[in-house]
Design a protein around this ligand. Structure first.
Ligand code: TYD
Length: 206
């Protein structure tokens, strides 16, 4: 049996975590074997890389170093967690995957979307999600949601609004390049409305 690889994308505060939880609970109730994971991180080595990447004292890290660290964490999680789980027929839900690197480092930081796609496919050894939900929500609304979480902002959340604008545009452009795989969902709707859309699309795939 072939597994199903689902990823969630969007700017911070777009509501990915809430939807991932709802989807995982729904699939478990339906009897599926579900693995939920996140990037960067999700493995012992990946978690160490995550700490370096998100540490606010590492502001000023070279963009190429940042990109390679994200890809290193990804290579590890693909080999140790995602591919083995898919091989066992499990449903893998990942909070962010290479589309994040294309949008954040490729577009917003300016390294180039095509170059990052090539690098990412090398890092994943060709693994591409079966389906990706991009939760789109205006960056100002996401900013308000983040503030109410009372979490200390990480290094990337410290970025100024110009970066977030490029990011938002980058994600939309990216969705246009992969219309079959990336499903854009308006993340400003009610939680249960968003979940209905996601659930219905997943039902078609299972
Ligand atoms: P995330 O796990 O969404 O952080 P949080 O715990 O706050 O929900 O992601 C961490 C940050 O890293 C986030 O700001 C997005 C950024 N990021 C990139 O810049 N490139 C990438 O390839 C990935 C996976 C994340």
């Amino acid at each position: 049996m072939k597994g199903l690889f689902i990823t969630f994308e969007g700017i911070d505060g777009s509501g990915k975590t809430t939807q991932i939880k709802l989807l995982a609970d729904f699939l478990v109730k339906k009897g599926h074997n579900v693995v939920v994971t996140r990037e960067p991180g999700g493995t012992p080595i990946g978690d160490k890389i995550r700490d370096i990447l998100l540490d606010p004292s590492n502001r000023g890290m070279s963009v190429r170093a940042e990109t390679l660290l994200f890809e290193a964490s990804r290579a590890e999680i693909v080999d140790k967690v995602i591919r083995p789980a898919l091989g066992e027929g499990k449903v893998v839900i990942c909070d962010r995957f290479f589309d994040s690197t294309i949008a954040y480092q490729g577009t917003a930081r300016g390294l180039g979307a095509d170059k990052i796609l090539d690098l990412s496919l090398w890092a994943t050894d060709g693994l591409v999600p079966d389906i990706t939900f991009l939760l789109s929500a205006d960056r100002s609304l996401c900013g308000i949601r983040l503030k109410t979480r009372k979490k200390t902002p990480d290094r990337i959340e410290f970025e100024e609004d110009g970066f977030k604008k490029k990011l938002q545009d980058g994600y939309i452009e990216l969705a246009g390049s992969f219309p079959g795989r990336i499903v854009v969902v308006n993340g400003e709707q009610e939680i249960k409305t968003i979940f209905e859309i996601i659930k219905n699309r997943i039902k078609e795939l299972l």
